[in-house]
Design a protein around this ligand. Structure first.
Ligand code: RFL
Ligand code: PHB
Length: 391
């Protein structure tokens, strides 16, 4: 098989890249190790930044998002038994859309297939060869049979556990890593959310987050120790713990409970690879960087990487102009590091550290009160959360 851009991975990064390239007249093939059903139903992120929602709308993918997603003009920070709302449009003129990653992926796959795009499901990339030549190739397995995809450019959008990053030589690559001493227990529940906007709670017992997937389905998270397992938690214990962490003083608000349909644990990690390019091999999305989910940035970073890269590839295949390809890594990394800092900051502001040092908790509460009392402090949170347009 031969194509211009060989894309490894049919997550949001690989699929959006293939869609954007198609719209610019550049041919690509996507290799995906899993089947379509699995890829479309993997439960992950839920918040789409203002600028990423605009990209989806501008490229014909905003229809279902605008009809079925929820525009959110703020989030609530809950601490010390009180709630404080961060008003995004008042502070930044922007908002976010609650629209699950599963739905974005479904729409992207349907659109690529309707446009005659090549997504090879059940095709597991095993090696990338010739990254520094002008004919890189990807070897992949379909069942037990090895096949080869010859390309002009390879883009690894194969997530944190993919093979793309490993194809960068050790003397070229530098990685930066932070592992946190806690994880998230996430649930999906058949119950209408008892809040209109997301709630991020800092509580003595640990962090909790109230999110949603639709008007009928709630998505909630609890901070738990790293060695915890979803099996350790009965449904009743989960609801009791969420209720305790979201409790408000002087209010009769309460958390509605429903049937829990999914429980899973997500570890928390920050990770960056530099550079995001080696010759004709480019990295995008989780293949290059990971953030803890507290700032809701993972999906957005992945989609912004490929928006930038698609422009660079379009210029290159259109006129041979390599300027964008040459600046891709540095330009993407500037935005990545901003999101890394924001995600780390939101995480440390809201979680209880492993040693439960009361001094740290007092500092967190002081900072949360500062955000509630200072427009400047609230604005910096809102700017980062809705997505800085200029970074
Ligand atoms: P993805 O979505 O991981 O997609 C990579 C794709 O590559 C395929 N693949 C291969 N295909 C062929 N050959 C190989 N050798 C391959 N190796 C891997 C995989 O099957 C997969 O389909 O990466 P992408 O596109 O960069 O998108 C990134 C986002 O998915 C990710 O940043 C977010 O979902 C992160 N994330 C969350 N972000 C948030 O903002 N909020 C969240 O609540 C949130 N929850 C999560 C998450 C990530 C999770 N992971 C990765 C474990 C929850 C989880 C469980
Ligand atoms: C989610 O809905 O899964 C979600 C929302 C906000 C976050 C993380 C996850 O910060």
């Amino acid at each position: 098989m031969r194509t211009r851009v060989g894309i490894i991975g049919a997550g949001p990064a690989g699929l959006l890249l293939s869609h954007l390239l198609h719209r610019a007249g550049v041919e690509s093939v996507v290799l995906e190790s899993r089947d379509r059903e699995y890829v479309q139903n993997r439960q992950r992120a839920g918040v789409v930044e203002h600028g990423v929602a605009e990209v989806l709308r501008a490229t014909g993918l905003g229809g279902r998002m605008d009809a079925e997603g929820f525009v959110h003009d703020g989030i609530e920070l809950r601490f010390d038994g009180h709630g404080f709302r961060v008003d995004f449009p008042a502070l930044t003129g922007r908002n976010v859309v609650i629209w699950p990653q599963t739905e974005i992926v479904k729409d992207l796959i349907a659109q690529r297939l309707a446009d005659g795009g090549a997504i090879e499901f059940g095709a597991k990339a095993t090696s990338i060869e010739g990254a520094t030549t002008d004919r890189p190739r990807v070897r992949f397995l379909r069942g037990d049979t090895e096949e080869v995809l010859d390309c002009d450019v390879v883009v690894a959008c194969d997530g944190f556990h993919g093979i793309g990053r490993q194809a960068l030589p050790e003397d070229v690559i530098q990685t930066y890593d932070r592992v946190y001493p806690f994880s998230w227990l996430g649930i999906l529940a058949d119950v209408p959310p008892s809040y209109e906007e997301l709630i991020y709670a800092n509580h003595e017992r640990g962090f909790a987050l109230g999110s949603m997937r639709s008007s009928e389905v709630s998505r909630l998270y609890l901070q738990v120790p790293n060695d915890d397992s979803a099996d350790n938690w009965s449904d009743e214990q989960i609801w009791d713990e969420l209720s305790a962490r979201f409790a408000l003083r002087d209010s009769d608000w309460s958390l509605a409970r429903g049937t829990i349909t999914d429980k899973s644990i997500t570890p928390m990690r920050s990770f960056v690879t530099e550079p995001m390019r080696h010759g004709r091999l480019f990295l995008a999305g989780d293949a290059a960087h990971i953030v803890p989910p507290t700032g809701a940035k993972g999906l957005n970073l992945a989609m912004r990487d490929v928006t930038l890269l698609s422009e660079a590839l379009t210029a290159y295949f259109g006129s041979g102009d390599e300027t964008g390809l040459n600046s891709y890594s540095a330009d993407a990394l500037r935005r990545v590091w901003r999101a890394e800092h924001f995600s780390y900051w939101m995480t440390t502001l809201l979680h209880r550290a492993g040693d439960r040092d009361p001094f740290d908790h007092k500092l967190q509460l002081s900072h949360l009160h500062f955000i509630a009392g200072s427009t400047a402090a609230a604005t910096q949170l809102a700017e980062n959360y809705t997505g800085l347009p200029s970074v």
